[in-house]
Every structure is written in C-alpha cells, then in structure tokens.
Design a protein around this ligand. Structure first.
Ligand SMILES: [Zn+2]
Length: 494
C-alpha cells in the first residue's frame, strides 16, 4: 500500500519536473545561450544602501547580461512581481566537510560519513540562498568538482583543503592516548588527519610540504591554525601558534601560487604576528585592540568573525561545558563593541557562520548569526555587504587559484555571475526575509527552507522557484530526489 503510494508520488513528481523544466539551449540546434529575463524587481546590488526600483535583469548563460527596462523576445520570462532581487549570499567561513561535532568526527566517522553529509549540507546551503562558500578545512576538492559538474547541488566551493596546525595547536585533534610520547609517527595521526581534514606539522619543511600538498590538490586558499580555540581540548585560547619562520614559509608558498592564507586566530598578539607574515584573512579575531584593527585596515587584511561566538545566547548552548559559561559571558561582555570597532577603524568584515553540523542545528546557527550580526554592527546594510560584495571581493583574493573567474561574485551588475535571489520583502529593513532569526536553541528542530526566499539562481540555473515553479534542467534531479525524507529526520543522529 505504502509502496504503491510512493510510486505514484514519484511518477507525479517526475512528470511535473519534466513539464515545468525551463527550456535548455541545445548547443547543436542553436548557438545562442539560454536567456532568462527577471522582470519588475527592486535591486539590492551588493553595494548601494537603497534599493534600485523597478528594473528588469537579463541573464544570458551564467552571467548577468543587462539591467534596466529590457525587451528580450527569446528569453524565458519570470515575473519578479515587485520583489527584491539580491546577490546570492556568501558564507566566508563555512564547514561543509566538518559536519558533526568534533568528537563524533574524530571517534566515529570515516571518509564516507563526512562525504555523504557534505552532500546534504551543500544542498541545504544552496536552497537557503547561499550560492558560494569558503570551506575552512577538509577534503572539499571532490565535493567542489561534483557540484560544479552538476552531479550534486550546492554552492560554489572555495576549498582550503586540510587545515594546517602545529602540534598542540587548534588543529591537533589527537586523543591523549593517540599522541603518546613520540610525534608524527604514522600511528599518531588523528582521524581528522587520516581523512584529510587537518594536517599537524612542525618546522618549516613540514609546513611547506603541507601547504604545497593543499595547493597541488586544488586549494583556492590555505587555512592555518594560528592560535588557541574554543572547541579544541589541548590549546588554551590565549596561545599563539606557529613561529614567525613557519608562518612566513606558509605564506611564501601560498604567494608563490598567487594566493593567500587565512588564519584561525583570536588574540591581539597572534594577529600581529600574522600581519607580520602577510596573512590576509583573520578568522574569528574577537580579541583585538583598536590599534591592531587600524593595522589590519591599513594592510588590507579582512576580519571574518562568527559573531555568535560572543553572543549571550552562546551560554545557552546545551553542548557548552558548564565550567566554560562564565568565561563565555565575560568575554562577550568585554568585547561587545568589537563589531562597531571594526567598522570605526575601517576593517573590512565578511560574514561567517562557522558552524559544524548537518541538520537543523546548523541552519539555526546560521540564521541566528544573520540576525545577531545586525545588532552587533547596528546595520542591515553592513551585514548585507558582508554577505555579498565584501565577501565576493575577499574570495577574489585567490587570484588565479579562484575556481570561478568568469565574473564577479556578490554583486548585481552587468558581467557578474548570475548568482541571484528573489526575496519577498526588503532585507535592508527586515533581516528575517533572508532567514535571520533571534531563535537559536528554541527554534523548531525540523528543517524548513526560508519561506520568503522565492527564487535561488546559481550560475544562471534556477534551483528553487516559488514564483512560478519552473526550474532549470540542472535542478530537476533535485526535484526528483525530493529530500523531504532527509529533512524530516529529527536533528543530528549522533
Ligand atoms: Zn571554523
């Protein structure tokens, strides 16, 4: 009985999918690329503080061809209906490959666990409006290849490869028993290292080898651990990691490949050491002085903080060890002005969710971050820039290692990639229309797409469409899969 019903549903969905597919330009029949015209939208272009009212946007192939009042008789027309058109969102510090609690990954996962879960994480990022992410640790190379090949759906991926850490550093996830008294004999590898999530190295030759291995594998940028962290067991948060020589070697090897280094870091001392070495993006970096912020601005370094890390709600996280809560509260209080200070001192800031997980917990953290950031920075416009134009600019630091060089990301302008959202409402005034929420730990555990995002386009293909239902052929396989089954499962299974 149940089987029969399922079969009928499947057939219906398949039939529907075929019926509503957008026409695909057949290269052999006609040479012209596919055109889609989105009419009557108010545009947030990634840079302007007000919406540009009542325009049409013509997409040709995977790029934005024209913006204005447009006649395009051959184009497939989508009526924007006065909604807002904005660039696809960008997460500057995401974890597609670390997709469960660290302990679970270290003790119980193999490469297939993280890979299958990465597929789900990727699909959900995309359908929630994120069209590009910088993956900050793990073997995301194959994930990127298969997303770009259309085999699975997800955002554009900027892979860092294995994050590089010193012994005792933030990326040294070996258990007490694993580490023993010798260093770096094969049996000492953590599961993180065996799966290519991290690489623990010491000294210039090993640091160079790890950097070059990532570059060889297709890293668009290098991620290092340059100071203590909150989630690791053996490195107190005040520690500075990697010697100046090691840092200079890593940065030099990255620069020889015409790209840059991103560093996990919190403290003023460590940020200054990273600036000395030429590191370009400072991840987290809450505990920095205004003087150091000025140095960051002058030297063109970006701040990529995940602001939930200093939110009062963090203390309510059920995973937070009780003895850490007073420290979290005190730090949150001490650094409550960090966002406003970054802006005051001219530092460019990029949006970062930095959350590990697959199911509702991860989406809730991301959406909470959207909302909380508007409080920290006192401005929806600033947060929207961090999510779009500034993030796109940071991704382009990867120069020739940028996997996506045909157009700009994070802006709506002629020649930019057609990575777009159509949103019901104005995110400059109301952050909830792109998913922002003040509910984190109280939220509904079942995953639901943000209902006010009505259309998601990446690379000229429509993956989600609640305006008229039509999807690009590239998105139909998703439609057939209908992963409600996955979505319905309550929370992370581990
Ligand atoms: Zn991270």
């Amino acid at each position: 009985m149940k089987k029969k019903k399922m079969l009928i549903t499947l057939l219906t969905i398949t039939a529907l999918a075929v019926a509503i597919a957008l026409p695909r330009a057949n290269a052999e029949e006609k040479k012209e690329p596919n055109q889609i015209l989105i009419t009557n939208v108010n545009i947030f272009d990634g840079n302007s503080e007000t919406l540009i009212k009542g325009r049409d946007v013509l997409i040709e192939g995977n790029l934005i061809k024209k913006i204005g009042m447009i006649k395009a008789p051959k184009a497939t027309v989508i009526d924007g209906g006065g909604r807002t058109l904005m660039p696809g969102m960008i997460d500057g510090h995401a974890h597609l490959m670390i997709n469960a609690h660290f302990d679970t990954v270290e003790k119980n996962f193999d490469i297939t666990d993280i890979s299958y879960r990465a597929k789900v994480v990727s699909e959900r990022f995309l359908l929630d409006g994120f069209t590009a992410v910088r993956d900050m640790g793990g073997p995301a190379f194959g994930l990127r290849r298969n997303i770009d090949a259309g085999l699975i759906h997800g955002p554009r991926v900027y892979p860092s490869g294995a994050f590089i850490s010193q012994t005792s550093g933030h990326g040294d996830f070996r258990d007490r028993a694993d580490a023993g008294f010798t260093i770096q004999s094969p049996g000492d590898l953590s599961n993180f290292e065996r799966m290519g999530i991290g690489n623990v190295v010491n000294g210039v030759p090993e640091a160079l080898a790890a950097t070059r291995l990532n570059l060889r594998n297709g890293a668009s940028q290098i991620k290092i651990m340059a100071g203590g962290g909150g989630s690791s067991r053996f490195d107190p948060i005040d520690t500075t990691q990697f010697s100046p020589d090691e840092l200079k070697a890593i940065v030099g090897a990255a620069e020889d490949w015409n790209t840059y280094v991103a560093a996990h870091v919190f403290t003023d001392r460590a940020v200054n050491r990273l600036l000395d070495a030429g590191v370009k993006t400072m991840e987290h970096c809450f505990f920095v002085s205004e003087k150091t912020m000025q140095r960051m601005a002058k030297e063109g370094a970006y701040a990529v903080p995940q602001m939930w890390g200093i939110s009062p709600d963090l203390a309510r996280n059920p995973l937070m060890p009780a003895d850490k809560i007073p420290m979290v509260k005190a730090l949150g209080q001490k650094y409550k002005d960090v966002g406003r200070n970054f802006l005051k001192n001219g530092v460019k800031v990029v949006f970062a969710s930095d959350y590990v997980g697959v199911f509702a917990d991860a989406e809730r953290a991301r959406r909470y971050e959207l909302w909380w950031r508007t409080k920290v920075f006192d401005s929806n416009f600033e947060v929207l820039k961090q999510l779009t134009s500034t993030a796109g600019e940071m991704l382009a630091l990867s120069g020739p290692r940028n996997p996506y060089k045909a157009g700009k990301l994070g802006v709506i302008e002629e020649g930019a990639y057609a990575d777009l959202l159509v949103v019901d409402g104005n995110p400059l005034e109301d952050i909830t229309v792109i998913g922002g929420t003040d509910k984190w730990f109280d939220a509904d555990p079942a995953y639901k797409l943000v209902p006010t995002i009505h259309l998601v386009m990446k690379d000229g293909n429509i993956y989600r469409n609640e305006i008229d239902g039509r999807l690009s052929p590239e998105a139909i396989s998703y439609k057939e899969m209908r992963y409600e089954g996955i979505i319905a499962s309550p929370g992370a299974p581990y």
